[in-house]
Design a protein around this ligand. Structure first.
Ligand SMILES: Cc1cc2nc3c(=O)[nH]c(=O)nc-3n(C[C@H](O)[C@H](O)[C@H](O)COP(=O)(O)OP(=O)(O)OC[C@H]3O[C@@H](n4cnc5c(N)ncnc54)[C@H](O)[C@@H]3O)c2cc1C
Length: 386
């Protein structure tokens, strides 16, 4: 069989997952090439452990991409400057590359700079330095109003802001000053994690109430006034002494300029096969807008658990096509997530995000077992991906 090349754009969670799956599924004469500008892989989920003090140094959660060569995966270290989906060709800072298959896994850019006042006021949970700084602030914060602010939807890991609020609650309880701190979450969402369906939303609201964490849904952010410590929303404002920010997200510029995105600003794909409107061009993970194929039409959350499952479907279908068989594998929308609540406990949600007429995801109560299981799975991901 003639040698084929699978060209993977982005060596984050989705890109590495699909590279590993393809390498396992394809005979060795076919090339698997990953283009990534960074030289290390870091699991963003570890930010929760940095914030909690369970992890002290981000390097514990990093792996060098140079290790990919041992697995037969080629890594091109470079910035992708231009994508031509029709020709399945990319221009990079390390030269021009072409693939028989193009798999786009370029993630979501965090564009904190688009919110006036964010950089001056907020601790950015979505950057590892921000999570570490937040850990130190929580050790020093004695009394006042601690706020978690979700700037815009969609954002990666819909559970993370709620985990941040739970972890603040548990930190202040262990420090003995919870009664002097008010905790609130402000979000444009109508309820927590709406794409997971009503059961999940109600379960999380119940957990917030139990811990006296105030919840303010449907808050459309305008700006943050850092001097006055005020957040301005359409039709209201809120005061903060400590602000944890979830920055707005956007598809990378190179993806937008390639004409791959639709009116949502993300790449539309077939919800079952992840193929874009260009044959042989797939997209997975945070850069996509995958609509739930049920009447809600909500977007699938941006989370690695989905990127991981999507990578299997893409790899099996490419392998089948190269064998001359039908591409018959389909992504079924099943997924899971953990919700850290502090003190070594985590709740666990799982279910079907493609269920009819709405996603059906159920939450199991916090336990030490779920916390340990999450740690085990994350470490396993780190070891197997890079
Ligand atoms: C705080 C936090 C906690 C999270 N917790 C969880 C969790 O518990 N469970 C879960 O399922 N998900 C979680 N997530 C979400 C998860 O990290 C993402 O869904 C996942 O990383 C998406 O993978 P991806 O490949 O689409 O994007 P990414 O992992 O972001 O990878 C994109 C890659 O593309 C590269 N890239 C971008 N542009 C270019 C360019 N022009 N040239 C070259 N390279 C480029 C980037 O450097 C990056 O490495 C969390 C996220 C955060 C921020």
């Amino acid at each position: 069989m003639a040698e084929k090349t699978a060209l993977i754009l982005g060596g984050g969670h989705g890109g590495l997952a699909v590279a590993n799956q393809l390498r396992r599924a394809l005979p060795p004469e076919h090339r698997v090439v990953v283009v990534e500008r960074q030289s290390i892989f870091y699991m963003c989920g570890f930010n929760m452990r940095l914030m909690d003090g369970e992890m002290k140094d981000r390097r514990e959660g990093e792996r060098e991409l140079s290790g990919l060569a041992q697995k037969g995966i080629e890594w091109v270290h470079g910035e992708i400057l231009e994508i031509d989906p029709q020709a399945r060709r990319v221009r990079t800072s390390s030269g021009t590359l072409e693939g028989d298959y193009l798999i786009i896994a370029l993630g979501a850019e965090k564009v904190a700079g688009t919110i006036p006042g964010f950089a001056e006021s907020a601790q950015n949970l979505y950057e590892s330095e921000g999570a570490l700084r937040l850990y130190r602030s929580l050790q020093e914060f004695d009394s006042g109003r601690a706020v978690v602010l979700i700037c815009r939807t969609p954002f990666s890991c819909p559970a993370a802001p709620y985990e941040a609020a739970f972890l603040m609650d548990s930190t202040f309880r262990s420090r003995g000053n919870r009664n002097k701190v008010e905790i609130g979450i402000y979000t444009p969402e109508p309820r927590p994690m709406p794409a997971a369906g009503p059961n999940m939303g109600e379960a999380v609201i119940g957990m917030l109430k139990e811990r006296d964490i105030k919840y303010y849904p449907q808050q459309k952010l305008q700006k943050i006034e850092s001097g006055r410590r005020q957040i301005l929303f359409e039709g209201g404002q809120a005061y903060f002494d400590l602000l944890v920010g979830i920055p707005p997200h956007a598809a990378p510029k190179v993806v937008r300029e390639a004409g791959l995105t639709d009116e949502t600003g993300w790449i539309p794909v077939d919800p079952a096969t992840l193929e874009t409107r260009y044959p042989g061009v797939f997209a997975l993970g945070d850069v996509t807008s995958v609509r739930q194929p049920n009447p809600t039409g909500l977007f699938l959350p941006k989370a690695w658990v989905f990127a991981d499952e999507q990578s299997r479907v893409i790899a099996r279908n490419i392998a089948a096509q190269l064998r001359g068989e039908e591409k018959s594998d389909r992504f079924d929308g099943k997924g899971f997530c953990y919700l850290e609540v502090g003190n070594g406990l985590a709740a666990y949600g799982s279910g079907n995000f493609y269920a009819y007429p709405t996603a059906r995801v159920y939450l199991e109560l916090p336990s030490p077992g779920h916390h340990q299981e999450r740690k085990r799975i994350e470490l396993e991901q780190l070891e197997t991906l890079a």
